[in-house]
Design a protein around this ligand. Structure first.
Ligand SMILES: *[C@@H]1O[C@H](CO)[C@@H](O)[C@H](O)[C@H]1NC(C)=O
Ligand SMILES: *[C@@H]1O[C@H](CO)[C@@H](O)[C@H](O)[C@H]1NC(C)=O
Ligand SMILES: *[C@@H]1O[C@H](CO)[C@@H](O)[C@H](O)[C@H]1NC(C)=O
Length: 649
C-alpha cells in the first residue's frame, strides 16, 4: 500500500512538472509505463505516451515568446584563447537554430534521420544539435577528441546520413585538424561500404581561399599556418555559405514523446561502443528538473559546466537542462591550464559565475598547483562534481579553497544511461559527507543487492541497482535492443543494474565505490579500488592514484598501485613505506599495497576517466592492450611500461 501511494505521489510530481512545458497534444496512456523484468518479456519504458511536443520549441520559442527572455544571455562563449568571446541571447539562438534547421531541411534531412556532429565547443555545436531536434532528426554527437576510426564506427553504427564538423580548433597550444580527421573517417566509412553523402563544415579557424566556392566564410581571428582544410567538392558544404539566404522562421516538427531524441555512444568494457538512445519527453522533464533543483537554479544565476558537449554531462547540463530553465551559461572551449592554471577562476570572476560544475579529475589537476592561482571567486554559490566519486581529499580542497567553505557541494552520481542525476545532495538542504553522493533524487528508488540478487537492508555494500524507472532513463541501445536488455537487466531481473558498487552507511548515505569490475579479491576479501586510491591520495605527496589487481599465487590478487606525485616529489623508499602505512591505517593490513609505481601521468579517456583496463595490462606486463581508441595520450602508457615494478614484494 505504501509503495502504491509513493508511486501515485511520484507520478503527480512529474505530472506537475510536465505542466510547465508546451505540449502540442496531451498524453493519453499512463504517465510512466514500464517493464524492468526480463523474465516477463521485453524491457520497455514509456513516459507520457501519445503526447506530442518539440524540445527545441520548449527550450527556445517558449523562453523567447512566453517568458519574455529573448534578450537574456543564453551563452557567454569563451574560446581557447582568452579574449576570444561571444555573447548569444535566447532570441539570437532561436534565430540561428531556425536558420540552420532550414539548412538541414534543404539538404534533405528528415524526421528520424541520424546526423553525426563532430565539433569543438563552439556555439554552433549547440545550434547544430538543436536544429536537428527542431526538425525531428536524431543527433549523434561524437566528442571532437575521438579519432577518425571511432568517428567512422559511430557514423556506421547509427547509419548517419550527414556529418557536421569544423575545420579545426585549438586545445591549449595544440592544433587539432578536425576536418582532416572527419575526412579520414568518411574515407574509412566509404571503404567499408557506407558512403556518407554530405558533410557540412564550419569555418572556426580558417579563411576561405580565393578560389574556394564557399568563400563567404568569415576570416579567422588567429592565424593558423598549420591548419589543413581538405575540401572534397562532391561531399563538402560550407556552413556559412549554406546559411546565406536561409530563413530564420522554421515551424518545429511535432514529435511523439517516445520518438528518439539522440544517440550518444559510451564505450563498452567489451565489444563495440553502445549507442545509448534517449527519447523526447522523459529526458526533457528529467534534465530540466534535476538542473533546477540540484543547482537550486535562480533567474539571475550564471552557470558554468566545464564538461564537453560530446559527453552526456554536456548534453544534459550544458544544453538541455539549462536552456529549459532559461538559464545563462558559460560555454568554454579551452583547457583549465591554458594559458595558465588560473584560467578557470578568471572566467568565474569575469562572468560572475554562481553555479559551477566540474569533474574530480579537474579538481585534482588544479589542486596540484596549490591554492595560490585560485583567483577571486566570491560570486560562487554552489559547486558540483560529476564523472566519478570525488575522493575526500579533493572534496576538502574544493570545499575549503575554491568554495571558501560557504558553497555547498553537490556530488552527483549518474550515468550516460540515466540521462540525469540519480544520487545527489540538494544544496543547503542535504547535510553533506565528503565523498558521498548522499541520497536519491525525487522518484529514484535505489537498492543494494548482494551477489545472489537479494536486497540488503541498512548499512551494507554491494551492487547498486534501481527498482523503478525515472523519466530520463535510456530506452534502448541503438540498433540492438537485446544488448540493452542483457547489459542492464539480465544480471538481476526486475532491476536496472548500474554496474557500480555502492555502500550505504548507518545514516542511509550512499557511497559509490566504483565500477563493480574495479573490485579486488585479496585473500577472499573484496576491496574497492576507489577506497584504496582515496587513502593514497590523502598523503600530501600524492595527487592521484589508481590501483589494479595483479594475479598472486597465494592471495588471489595483489595490489598494484600507480601514484602521481606532487610537483618535485620523488618516490623514495621512505615515501613508499609511508604510503603503505597510510593505506594500512585507513583500510586495514589486508589492503597494504604490494607494488607502488611512480606514474607521472595515468592513462585516461578523453573525458578524464582512468583506464584501469590498461593499467591492469601494465601491472601484468601484457603488451596486447586491445582497443585504446579512447585513450587521450598514448605516450603515458609507454612510459609506464618502461618503469614497471619488476621485483616481487
Ligand atoms: C546474500 O547472499 C547469500 C548467498 O550468497 C545469502 O545466503 C544471503 O542470505 C543473501 N542475502 C542477504 C540479505 O544477505
Ligand atoms: C547485439 O549485441 C550483442 C552483444 O550484446 C552481439 O552479440 C550481437 O551481435 C549484437 N547484434 C547486432 C544485430 O548487432
Ligand atoms: C575470491 O577469491 C577466492 C579465492 O582466492 C574465491 O574462493 C572467492 O570465491 C572469491 N570471491 C569472490 C566474491 O569473487
Amino acid at each position: 500500500y505504501l509503495i502504491i501511494c509513493t508511486i501515485i505521489h511520484l507520478f503527480s510530481f512529474w505530472g506537475d512538472v510536465a505542466k510547465d512545458f508546451f505540449w502540442k497534444t496531451r498524453h493519453s496512456g499512463r504517465f510512466l509505463d514500464y517493464n524492468f523484468d526480463v523474465t516477463k518479456g521485453r524491457i520497455f519504458i514509456k513516459c507520457m505516451e501519445g503526447a506530442t511536443t518539440n524540445i527545441c520549441y520548449n527550450l527556445l520559442d517558449r523562453n523567447v515568446h512566453d517568458r519574455k527572455l529573448g534578450d537574456k544571455v543564453a551563452f557567454f562563449w569563451s574560446g581557447n584563447d582568452p579574449g576570444d568571446e561571444l555573447t548569444v541571447t535566447y532570441r539570437e539562438l532561436l534565430q540561428r537554430v531556425c536558420q540552420f534547421s532550414n539548412v538541414l531541411k534543404s539538404q534533405g534531412v528528415k524526421k528520424g534521420d541520424r546526423v553525426s556532429i563532430y565539433m569543438p565547443m563552439v556555439v554552433e555545436l549547440v545550434v547544430a544539435m538543436l536544429a536537428c531536434v527542431r526538425i525531428g532528426a536524431v543527433h549523434s554527437i561524437v566528442f571532437a577528441g575521438f579519432s577518425a576510426e571511432s568517428l567512422c564506427e559511430r557514423i556506421m553504427d547509427s547509419q548517419c546520413s550527414l556529418v557536421i564538423t569544423a575545420d579545426g580548433f585549438y586545445r591549449g597550444d595544440k592544433l587539432i585538424n578536425l576536418k582532416l580527421l572527419a575526412d579520414e573517417a568518411l574515407q574509412k566509412c566509404r571503404e567499408k561500404g557506407f558512403p556518407v553523402e554530405k558533410c557540412i563544415m564550419l569555418r572556426h579557424l580558417s579563411k576561405a581561399a580565393e578560389d574556394d566556392l564557399s568563400s563567404q566564410c568569415p576570416p579567422a581571428k588567429r592565424s593558423c599556418p598549420d591548419l589543413q582544410v581538405p575540401w572534397n567538392p562532391d561531399v563538402d558544404l560550407c556552413w556559412h555559405a549554406l546559411l546565406r539566404g536561409a530563413s530564420d522562421v522554421c515551424e518545429p516538427e511535432w514529435v511523439e514523446s517516445e520518438d528518439p531524441l539522440f544517440i550518444l555512444y559510451t564505450s563498452g568494457s567489451t565489444g563495440k561502443p553502445k549507442g545509448v538512445l534517449h527519447s523526447v519527453s522523459g529526458y526533457m522533464l528529467y534534465t530540466a528538473t534535476t538542473f533546477k533543483l540540484v543547482f537550486d537554479h535562480q533567474p539571475d544565476d550564471v552557470y558554468w559546466c566545464t564538461a564537453d558537449i560530446g559527453w552526456i554531462t554536456g548534453h544534459s547540463y550544458i544544453t538541455y537542462g539549462p536552456l529549459a530553465n532559461g538559464a545563462t551559461s558559460v560555454l568554454f572551449e579551452g583547457l583549465p591550464t591554458f594559458p595558465d592554471v588560473s584560467r578557470m577562476w578568471q572566467i568565474v570572476d569575469k562572468y560572475r559565475v554562481s553555479k559551477f560544475y566540474t569533474a574530480p579529475t579537474a579538481i585534482r589537476l588544479l589542486m596540484k598547483y596549490g591554492s595560490e592561482p585560485v583567483y577571486k571567486r566570491n560570486s560562487l554559490k554552489v559547486l558540483g562534481t560529476v564523472g566519478e566519486p570525488i575522493n575526500p581529499e579533493a572534496w576538502q580542497w574544493y570545499y575549503t579553497v575554491v568554495g571558501e567553505k560557504r558553497c555547498p557541494i553537490v556530488d552527483t552520481f549518474w550515468q550516460t544511461e540515466t540521462g540525469g542525476h540519480m544520487l545527489t545532495p540538494l544544496p543547503a538542504a542535504t547535510p553533506m559527507k565528503p565523498g558521498s553522493a548522499t541520497f536519491p533524487f525525487f522518484g529514484v528508488v535505489p537498492a543494494i543487492l548482494n551477489e545472489s540478487g537479494e536486497e540488503l537492508e541498512g548499512p551494507s555494500e554491494g551492487y547498486l541497482v534501481f527498482k523503478q524507472p525515472w523519466p530520463g532513463v535510456m530506452r534502448s541501445v541503438y540498433g540492438n535492443h537485446s544488448r540493452f536488455e542483457s547489459t542492464y537487466f539480465k544480471k538481476f531481473p526486475g532491476y536496472y543494474v548500474t554496474a557500480d558498487g555502492c555502500r550505504r552507511d548507518k545514516d542511509g548515505y550512499y557511497w559509490i565505490t566504483g565500477r563493480i569490475d574495479d573490485m579486488l579479491n585479496v585473500s577472499g576479501h573484496l576491496l574497492s579500488t576507489a577506497e584504496i586510491e582515496s587513502a593514497l591520495v590523502e598523503h600530501a605527496a600524492v595527487v592521484e592514484a589508481a590501483v589494479v589487481g595483479r594475479p598472486h599465487p597465494v592471495k588471489g590478487e595483489s595490489l598494484y598501485c600507480f601514484v602521481t606525485l606532487t610537483e618535485g616529489a620523488t618516490l623514495s623508499g621512505p615515501l613508499e613505506a609511508e604510503l603503505r602505512k597510510q593505506v594500512r591505517e585507513k583500510i586495514g593490513a589486508i589492503a597494504t599495497p604490494d607494488y607502488i609505481q611512480n606514474a607521472p601521468g595515468l592513462p585516461k579517456t578523453r573525458s578524464g576517466k582512468i583506464m584501469r583496463r590498461v593499467l591492469r595490462k601494465i601491472a601484468c606486463d601484457e603488451r596486447d592492450l586491445g582497443d585504446i581508441s579512447t585513450l587521450a595520450d598514448s605516450s603515458v602508457v609507454e612510459q609506464l611500461f618502461r618503469d614497471r615494478c619488476l621485483t616481487t614484494p
